[in-house]
Design a protein around this ligand. Structure first.
Ligand code: ATP
Ligand code: MG
Ligand code: MG
Ligand code: MG
Length: 579
């Protein structure tokens, strides 16, 4: 590709809204262009990288026998009603109506649709195990789409789904995806960790995340020298630090015979706070940390804080499900303006602080001084603990939360925990029978008996990976692509005004292309060498070849973008050298 013809304009200045390096660089280098918050166009160079990520993911999915399909993004409401997610997603999905006033949504993820497709076409255990995937555009009305394509409101995800007749089958499928994911993330070439995760809005049991290690990441995870690694949202038994209240009991009280169980909590909710549309079930509590508030006048209300694994859902889920309490995700600037708030994310058995998780929730102003946390349920798995019984709000309405600290012992005894941050790149879930039950996906087993199918779901953030790679490898000069993802292998630069230089560069370009090297050729006639070098560094191809003064001696300069190493190479040997 000749740069004189490439649809590209690099920018000297950072975009004003860019908060993370990948956002800044991908816009400046002309890979993507903003259309609206969290909505981006892919320009020629960006689209090439995206295609390369897709290809890696596709190859590894095909290799484990997963078959590619593609669903529409525009979906009818009914399947999402059946699973409960039309409501559960709150304002985090884009909803729309057709001309006949029927409800539709733009798919945030496709468990329901895959379940229905398999129900449509499969009826026997002989059809299973079945593995399907798609690489497709997803829509989520993210509360804070601030990091460019790292957190888009429209983004590309690879989502796959496994269908098995029994638990052993699901375990096997899960392991196959886990291993495929290891291969995918190895090939993408960034440092990553596999951490225990909570299954959050997805439901289900076992779940792990693949986090790219990055300071700018929004996820905080802990790891120990002995190999324990978990998203802080999923750490279940970290010893609490003393809470900063003189008379407060430990935030994570020991389980006692009086400690409510999920069942007692559900009974309590149904007695005290019956819902009009449907009764409370354990599933509601499994998705939330439920807390019962008692106001100064003695009235009580249930409050849910936190949907582990999908924070943006949290706040609005409360409005949707646990009315009348309202919780809003809020911005730093709002913090001081509101008297009653909980500083910190109250997640499954972790009262993380703002500094750790970057998440804060604002409580309804009705939660005033004197309001007590009557009971709280940690709803990960099946145990319930009293989170903060007795503890009162302070005069300014805040409670401080215990946090996981560096040096705390790992729950499995594998040493002291280290805290780090990461970007969630992939997430694998053993969903179990949640969706199959809700949508009636059953097959006949070997004995002719109808059994409910058990499922897994497995996501990779394909567009997010483009940005995550940049976060991982950029330097002060610009983007540094690993070879497998770079839009071009070689950035060939012709410098100066000398016609002989351009003739030689033209020839070299033809020769490299003919030998199968992907070349971006800066053949712009009236652009200064300084500008060309700056652009080459910003754009980030792995090898930069400069045709210039050295030509008199029959050499060109070959520079490695990542290491900065330069060497003079005879023109005739360049193709061999860069391959
Ligand atoms: P996050 O915690 O970052 O909001 P998630 O847990 O909501 O992500 P999943 O529902 O697990 O996301 O979706 C699977 C994958 O899709 C994630 O691991 C992530 O890589 C990617 N992804 C999710 N949301 C976005 C987004 N808004 N923009 C880009 N990629 C995303
Ligand atoms: Mg997540
Ligand atoms: Mg999310
Ligand atoms: Mg996730």
């Amino acid at each position: 590709m000749r740069m004189s013809r490439l649809f590209l304009r690099t920018l000297r200045d950072d975009p004003a809204d860019a908060e993370v390096p990948s956002h800044r660089l991908l816009v400046r280098a002309g890979y993507v262009r903003r259309v609206a918050p969290g909505i981006y166009s892919w320009l020629p160079l960006g689209l090439k990288v995206l295609g390369k990520v897709e290809q890696i993911v596709r190859e590894e999915m095909d290799a484990i026998g997963s078959q590619e399909v593609r669903f529409p993004a525009l979906l009818p409401r009914e399947p999402y009603d059946a699973s409960g997610r039309w409501t559960d997603y709150g304002p985090n999905i884009f909803r729309l109506k057709d001309r006949k006033e029927n409800d539709y949504l733009l798919g945030p993820t496709h468990e329901e649709m895959f379940t229905l497709l398999v129900k449509d076409l499969c009826s026997s255990y002989k059809d299973l195990p079945l593995h399907l995937y798609q690489i497709q555009t997803k829509y989520r009305d993210e509360a804070r789409p601030r990091a460019g394509i790292l957190r888009g409101r429209e983004f590309v995800m690879k989502d796959s789904y496994s269908f098995d007749v029994d638990d052993a089958g699901l375990e096997k499928s899960y392991q196959a995806y886990r291993e495929a994911y290891i291969r995918i993330f190895d090939r993408l070439g960034f440092e990553y960790v596999i951490v225990q995760a909570t299954s959050g809005a997805m439901g289900g049991s076992a779940s792990e995340e693949f986090l790219a290690v990055a300071e700018t990441g929004e996820d905080t995870f802990v790891r120990s020298p002995g190999g324990y690694a978990a998203n802080v949202e999923a750490v279940s038994t970290v010893a609490p630090d003393p809470v900063p209240f003189d008379d407060a009991p430990a935030a994570h009280a020991e389980k006692t015979p009086d400690t409510p169980t999920i069942d007692t909590l559900v009974d309590h909710l149904n007695e005290q706070f019956p819902r009009d549309d449907r009764p409370w079930t354990a599933a509601d509590t499994l998705k939330n940390v439920l807390v019962i508030l008692e106001h100064p006048d003695g009235t009580r209300e249930p409050l849910a804080i936190g949907v582990p694994g999908d924070r943006e859902v949290d706040a609005k889920r409360l409005e949707a499900q646990v009315s009348p309490a309202e919780v809003h995700a809020f911005e730093e600037k709002d913090f001081a303006a509101h008297p009653a708030l909980v500083k910190g994310y109250i997640g499954p058995a972790v009262l993380g602080t703002e500094s750790d998780s970057g998440i804060r929730y604002l409580l309804d102003p009705r939660v005033v001084e004197g309001t007590r946390w009557v009971t709280g349920a940690n709803v990960e798995g099946s145990h319930v603990i009293d989170l903060v019984a007795g503890r009162d709000f302070t005069a300014d309405g805040t409670i401080e939360a215990a946090e996981v600290r560096a040096g705390d012992p790992a729950p499995d005894g594998s040493g002291p925990l280290e805290l780090a941050r990461g970007i969630e790149m992939g997430h694998i879930f053993q969903l179990g029978r949640k969706y199959a039950e809700a949508l009636g996906l059953q097959v006949l087993d070997e004995n002719g008996k109808l059994v409910t199918v058990t499922m897994g779901s497995y996501g990779v953030g394909v567009s997010r990976a483009v940005a995550a790679v940049v976060e991982n490898t950029y330097d002060e000069l610009g983007i540094v692509w690993p070879r497998e993802l770079a839009p071009y292998d070689v950035h060939l630069v012709a410098t100066g005004k000398d016609e002989a230089v351009f003739t030689a560069a033209d020839q070299l370009y033809d020769e490299l292309v003919a030998s199968g090297v992907e070349v971006l050729y800066d053949d712009r006639p009236k652009v200064s060498p300084g500008v060309k070098f700056k652009d080459a560094e910003l754009l980030g191809m792995p090898t930069i070849v400069v045709v210039g003064k050295g030509l008199a001696d029959g050499v060109v300069e070959v520079k490695d973008r990542a290491t900065g190493e330069r060497s003079d190479v005879p023109v005739a040997q360049v193709a061999e050298h860069v391959r």
